[in-house]
Unconditional design. Structure first.
Length: 487
């Protein structure tokens, strides 16, 4: 444990929903829900206005619609979220060489390693200036927690929400944690919390009172001992700059169960291609292909195949996933499919596909010719785009207009889709820095209307190219009591 609150935790406020509100002036101050919009969709993020109705992340979208029927329900735009996240992470990286991203909207920063703070006053100043910089660059708000450990810094940022800063002074951890529920501690999920509740432990103070021996008896030596340690506020985990991804995966839940075996295989191949796109985007390759199948009765099966070496070849991943599918019974229907790659590496085995094709040709076929023909018939060139089926987005009548996505009209300019159906699409024409715009309706095959890239949330952001040169270096000085500070 540190003697100064020099570990910072940043958590952007309702990130996806806040980005959508910043991009769409007509939604500011109104309930917004981002997530899957189908019958089996799940809420990814809800704005604070929507949370007042009881909507929260991981809730089925159908339930959210019952609680907040007048909210705006939008499909996620991950391209934009990643762009904004990169802006935030760049600001953090300039504060310290030790930045540990946890997700697109959350990260730990070791201020001491960056030489920016060594006491409460300097840490608080950096926290406040960071929040100001984030607002100037992205137009969004974030909550900051400062403490002597990662666990407490995360707790502090949660208590500072929304749009606040909280400092937990080292030495006050025990008093702060005592009345909090056990779920506040890392590693305590619903099952562990229920197990502890049955044993009469609902608060952190109850864990301290029970003692380490009792927690070890209930939860095992490793988990019980760790939980007892954290109940006293002890957390020695360092901020780790490189959080190496262990896997890359994609999955889809279908509105209606899939029964057609050909359709199931087509979806698996499509997911394999998306997975490889993510893999290549991260500059990685992988050795083990994993297939996930959730059937009509909610039973979930996973199958995996380990290749001879790492690859980022879409044809190799497609074929491995297809082989795995052959061993899965899908006759009752499939509600979810997923394809992933594990065993990640920074290099590829260039001739892996040729090796795999050679093995398949062991029955006497001409390996090169047969493998190339089979590959072309099924998926097109291994390194090129797969042939698109009839009715692709190139055909205006077949385009899908997802709620929230960006469009551009030759006459009316930039806008976003409010909804579509019965051959019509409704668009609100506005930009991040404009007033709330007008709504117009078009035929879905209107040639003047097309999909567009998202616009920047802040057209002319403040210049923070010299950040954080203007910040003071760490200094010794009087400490100030923890608390919450809001502009």
């Amino acid at each position: 444990m540190r003697t100064a609150p020099t570990i910072l935790h940043l958590d952007m406020d309702a990130f996806y929903a806040s980005v959508e509100q910043a991009a769409k002036p007509s939604l500011r101050g109104k309930p917004v829900v981002v997530g899957g919009l189908g019958p089996r969709g799940v809420v990814a993020t809800a704005s604070y206005e929507a949370r007042r109705f009881g909507v929260h992340s991981a809730m089925p979208t159908a339930q959210a619609r019952r609680l907040a029927p007048n909210a705006a329900y939008l499909v996620p735009r991950f391209q934009l979220y990643r762009t904004v996240s990169n802006q935030v992470m760049e600001l953090l990286a300039r504060l310290s060489p030790l930045v540990e991203p946890l997700s697109l909207d959350e990260a730990f920063v070791d201020l001491e390693a960056g030489g920016r703070a060594d006491d409460t006053a300097s840490a608080r100043e950096i926290g406040e200036r960071l929040r100001t910089a984030i607002r100037a660059v992205t137009g969004l708000t974030g909550s900051v927690g400062l403490a002597g450990s990662k666990m407490l810094a995360k707790i502090a940022s949660e208590e500072a929400k929304p749009d606040g800063l909280r400092v937990i002074e080292p030495g006050t951890e025990r008093e702060l944690l005592a009345p909090m529920p056990v779920r506040i501690l890392p590693g305590v999920g619903p099952a562990t919390a229920d197990h502890l509740r049955r044993a009469g432990m609902t608060t952190v103070d109850d864990l301290v009172a029970a003692g380490e021996a009792e927690l070890v008896r209930l939860l095992g030596r490793a988990h019980g001992g760790s939980l007892h340690h954290m109940a006293f506020g002890h957390d020695d985990r360092p901020v780790v700059a490189e959080r190496d991804a262990k896997s890359v995966s994609v999955e889809d839940t279908f509105d209606v169960d899939l029964h057609d075996r050909v359709r199931v295989r087509t979806e698996v191949e499509r997911l394999a291609d998306r997975c490889v796109q993510r893999l290549r985007g991260a500059g990685r390759s992988g050795r083990t292909v994993v297939l996930k199948v959730r059937r009509y009765d909610f039973s979930t099966l996973t199958r995996s195949e380990t290749l001879r070496g790492p690859t980022d070849d879409p044809a190799v991943v497609r074929e491995a996933a297809a082989r795995l599918l052959e061993a899965v019974d899908t006759t009752g229907g499939v509600r979810l499919l997923g394809v992933g790659v594990t065993g990640l590496a920074d290099y590829t085995q260039e001739d892996l596909f040729a090796q795999a094709a050679g093995e398949r040709a062991a029955d006497g076929r001409a390996a090169a010719g047969e493998a190339a023909t089979a590959r072309d018939d099924r998926a097109g060139p291994a390194d090129g785009p797969r042939p698109e089926p009839p009715g692709t987005p190139e055909d205006p009548a077949a385009r899908h207009w997802h709620a929230g996505h960006d469009v551009h009209h030759d006459t009316y300019g930039h806008g976003w889709v409010q909804g579509s159906g019965v051959g019509r699409v409704t668009v609100r024409f506005e930009e991040p820095d404009s007033a709330p715009g007008r709504v117009r309706t078009f035929r879905i095959d209107d040639a003047a209307l097309r999909l567009a890239d998202p616009l920047p949330l802040v057209r002319n952001p403040a210049d923070y190219s010299s950040w954080p040169a203007s910040l003071p270096k760490s200094r010794s000085g009087p400490t100030s009591s923890g608390g919450e500070s809001r502009p």
